[in-house]
Design a protein around this ligand. Structure first.
Ligand code: GDP
Ligand code: ZN
Length: 461
């Protein structure tokens, strides 16, 4: 631990700051000088007492000029009963840009230093108030773009990730202790039953892999899906994009541009953010501008999680659609939308490509909204992000990478056992796996790594 750093007092604005927005803003101060600074700049009328876990009413006053900076409420939380585990005071001042910044500057002038991003949370972890996975959950909660991410973050915040990883780690420690006992006192103990050790380790390995797989699925919820709409001109791509964008509190970000430009729109379906990209450019002509458009559309198709190919039911499936299908990268999730079903319903004899079954086609109408729910639901299904596909708990990408690494070491252990190598070889990889899980929960982690994790947090958290 860097003792010098944890001994100073930090301060930051902890609420979002915007001109003329939000009637209250909070300046948070944490560290050994927090109380002294509070007493220096806060004047309290009447008989209110300076007591922990109380709110005091008063004025923020510059002790040098005696100027009243703001009227505010002051919250005192004495160590260790605070978020950081240190003495904390919070000024609840008036929002907007100026007041709160003047209060912060005053606090800084009295000896506090500007907090780095995530530094309050980092102190909470260093002081043992919360473990690393809970601190990360708070950051995820704040940055969440969808309801389902907030739900998963709340699960981690209650300690589910910490508990699950700790349970797995303890099972491994138990195995390790048994192996080491056999190494130390071989003559006194019954011979080791290799099958039992192997079964135990295998079951722990499976639990870890399950956790990684669940987390892979939830990664989609965090970053959202990118879905490309492709199709000939006039089949109704723009109309469908508009229709989808009107869904549950959609955040519509239509980028301006010509018909050749890509149009993007972010929608939220069943709590999953989906960025729809209208690749209007795909046409097979000799025009240079057109070719540039085609190139960009191809890039979008390459990076998309899924593609919706739109064709016009009134014109049927043509050779142009046949050409488009060939452009779709291998392994991409593909849905086919037969649009304008209001004018021409999908019939069993509607001609379609020989490559796929007719039941793959979703009849939709951008005009009436028919088929909209089914195609979006199927999109989530195919991407593994359906609301009913319950995710018990999820690791963030850092935690998931470490869980994968630990699973790899466990797998090595299993191979070592299978090859009948001596027991001390088994313990090498087993110890590695345990060390990695300890890093995951933040109990054994380098300061550099910790700094890197918290630098991605926002200031004031
Ligand atoms: P894009 O070139 O693929 O983007 O196609 P547009 O969205 O611009 O639509 C082309 C034309 O088809 C417009 O005149 C739309 O009004 C019409 N259109 C789009 N969707 C439907 C639909 O579901 N039903 C009907 N009847 N017309 C549609
Ligand atoms: Zn269009």
């Amino acid at each position: 631990l860097d003792v010098k750093r944890i001994n100073d007092t930090i301060a930051a604005i902890s609420t979002a700051v915007a001109l003329g927005q939000g009637s209250i803003a909070i300046v948070r101060v944490s560290g050994p000088s927090a109380e002294r600074i509070g007493r220096q700049v806060f004047s309290i009328p009447g008989t209110q007492r300076w007591e922990s876990h109380r709110i005091i009413y008063g004025h923020v006053i510059d002790p040098t000029s005696r100027e009243r900076i703001d009227e505010a409420l002051l919250l005192i939380m004495k160590a260790p009963r605070s978020f950081t585990g240190e003495d904390v005071i919070e000024f609840h001042c008036h929002g907007g840009l100026i007041c709160v910044q003047r209060v912060l500057e005053l606090v800084l002038s009295q000896g506090a230093r500007r907090a780095l991003p995530g530094e309050f949370s980092q102190r909470a972890v260093l002081n043992g108030r919360i473990d690393l996975t809970r601190a990360e959950a708070i950051s995820t909660l704040i940055g969440a773009r969808s309801r389902r991410v907030t739900q998963l973050a709340m699960v981690s915040l209650t300690g589910a990730v910490y508990k699950e990883i700790t349970r797995i780690k303890e099972r491994l420690l138990e195995q390790l202790a048994e192996l080491e006992a056999h190494l130390d006192f071989e003559e006194d103990l019954l011979p080791l039953d290799e099958r039992i050790v192997k079964n135990n380790l295998e079951s722990i390995y499976q639990d870890l892999i399950q956790l990684v797989m669940d987390s892979n699925r939830s990664a989609i919820l965090y970053r959202g899906l990118e879905v490309a709409l492709i199709g000939r001109p006039n089949v109704g791509k723009s109309s469908l994009l508009n229709l989808f964008s009107r869904r549950e509190k959609a955040i519509v970000t239509d980028l301006p541009g010509t018909t050749r430009d890509l149009l993007e729109s972010e929608i939220i379906v069943q709590g999953v953010p989906i960025t729809l990209v209208d690749t209007a450019g795909i046409q097979f002509t000799g025009d240079i501008v057109e070719k540039l458009g085609i190139q960009r559309s191809r890039q979008v198709m390459m990076s998309a999680d899924a593609i919706i190919l739109v064709f016009d039911l009134t014109e049927g499936w043509t050779s142009a659609e046949e050409d488009l299908i060939r452009e779709i990268p291998e392994g991409t999730i593909l849905l086919i939308a037969g649009n304008k079903s209001d004018k021409c319903p999908l019939r069993h004899n509607t001609p379609v490509s020989k490559i796929f079954n007719q039941s793959w086609i979703f009849p939709v109408s951008a005009r009436t909204g028919e088929g909209e729910d089914s195609i979006l639901s199927e999109l989530l299904n195919r991407c593994g992000a359906n609301e009913n596909q319950d995710i018990r708990l999820s690791l963030n990408s850092r935690q998931r990478d470490l869980a994968k690494e630990a699973a790899t070491f466990l797998n090595h252990t299993l191979i070592t056992i299978e090859r009948n190598l001596p027991i001390d070889f088994w313990t090498i990889d087993l110890r590695q796996a345990i060390a990695i899980l300890t890093e995951l929960t933040g109990e054994n982690i380098s300061e550099v790594t910790l700094d890197r994790i918290f630098s991605r947090f926002c200031i004031g958290k």
